[in-house]
Design a protein around this ligand. Structure first.
Ligand SMILES: NC(=O)c1ccc[n+]([C@@H]2O[C@H](COP(=O)([O-])OP(=O)(O)OC[C@H]3O[C@@H](n4cnc5c(N)ncnc54)[C@H](OP(=O)(O)O)[C@@H]3O)[C@@H](O)[C@H]2O)c1
Length: 286
């Protein structure tokens, strides 16, 4: 029986990237809709769950993406609500690639590195930074600081993370290089999750820290997120610090993304989100 994937995207034009990946994960056909909202997805979900019964349901699955994370999560809830008990299919949520990217960052950082008791600074509190903080705390980091150019914005984010996941993330404001440099003093790991094309960590910021052991960056668009880092860095050391760049992390993110998509077809009852995609990543070789 053919593997069918319903791709629901909250953006008006569904992501080409997300559609391309699923074919490489072994899906036979993708049915794609843009403009997905919690109010318009039920008929599409019913189209998937009522066409194949019993054990054949595992050959159908749903992927939810889009650039707006809260909108994507609301669609995820609406999809679950449209199921009838065991009459359901497996679902994966990866808004803007945030879950798979954060899982890739953390697995790379943890390659031959024990995070327990370590202090982490994550520069950039978008979806990728938030997920990265969550996974690192789950792995035993002593403290994770998450930054923004606005303490009000990042405090709202860390409060929301406490309410949603019960984790204590420390908010911090970084409006300039000096603020980043001050934060990195005493940090063991620095992760740049700022926007594409913006350097958020200068040479002086990381070179003046005596404690840094690992630096990672997911911005692949020059200027890169960390000065002196290169996109292909994959655990190589510079000045006693281990570096991971956006291509090395991105290549592993692709493996996780494909692995998660293909695992959807193992059964009809999975819900892969920011809490479960990391577990899949742990079983894939970095
Ligand atoms: N390699 C891959 O496979 C992959 C996949 C997905 C994403 N990414 C990359 O991951 C990074 C983070 O993604 P995201 O979706 O979490 O990004 P995002 O939502 O754009 O978040 C970026 C964060 O940076 C801050 N920011 C915005 N403009 C800034 C500036 N000029 N200077 C300093 N900080 C600024 C913003 O916080 P404030 O406005 O509050 O300061 C925001 O929280 C991006 O570079 C993206 O390209 C890579």
């Amino acid at each position: 029986m053919k593997k069918l994937l319903l791709h629901l995207d909250t953006d008006p034009i569904p992501s080409t990237f997300d559609q391309a990946v699923v074919y490489d994960a072994g899906v036979d056909n993708v049915i794609t809709y843009g403009g997905a909202t919690r109010d318009n997805v039920t008929p599409h979900v019913h189209g998937m769950i009522f066409t194949r019964g019993g054990k054949n349901l595992k050959n159908s699955a749903i992927f939810i993406g889009g650039s707006n994370v809260p909108a994507t999560e609301m669609v995820g809830k609406a999809v679950k609500k449209a199921f009838f008990g065991p009459v359901r299919v497996s679902v994966m949520l990866d808004p803007n690639g945030s879950n798979t990217t954060a899982a890739a960052i953390v697995r790379k950082v943890l390659t031959n590195y024990d995070i327990s008791g370590k202090n982490v600074v994550i520069i950039g509190s978008g979806p990728v930074g938030q997920r990265t903080a969550l996974f690192l705390l789950k792995e035993g980091a002593a403290q994770v600081v998450l930054t923004s150019r606005s303490i009000i914005r990042v405090k709202a984010i860390t409060d929301q993370m406490k309410a949603a996941y019960g984790v204590d993330v420390t908010p911090a404001e970084t409006r300039n290089d000096d603020a980043v440099e001050a934060l990195l003093k005493g940090a063991h790991v620095a992760i740049a999750t700022g926007p594409a094309g913006v350097c958020v960590c200068s040479n002086s910021a990381w070179k003046n820290s005596d404690t840094l052991e690992v630096i990672a960056d997911v911005n692949a668009v020059p200027p890169l997120g960390v000065e002196s880092l290169e996109v292909m860095d994959n655990g190589n050391e510079k000045e006693g610090v281990r570096f991971y760049g956006a291509i090395a992390i991105g290549n592993f993110k692709m493996k996780i993304h494909r692995g998660a998509i293909s695992s959807l077809f193992n059964s009809n009852d999975q819900f892969l989100d920011e809490t479960t995609i990391y577990d899949i990543a742990c079983n894939i070789d970095t």
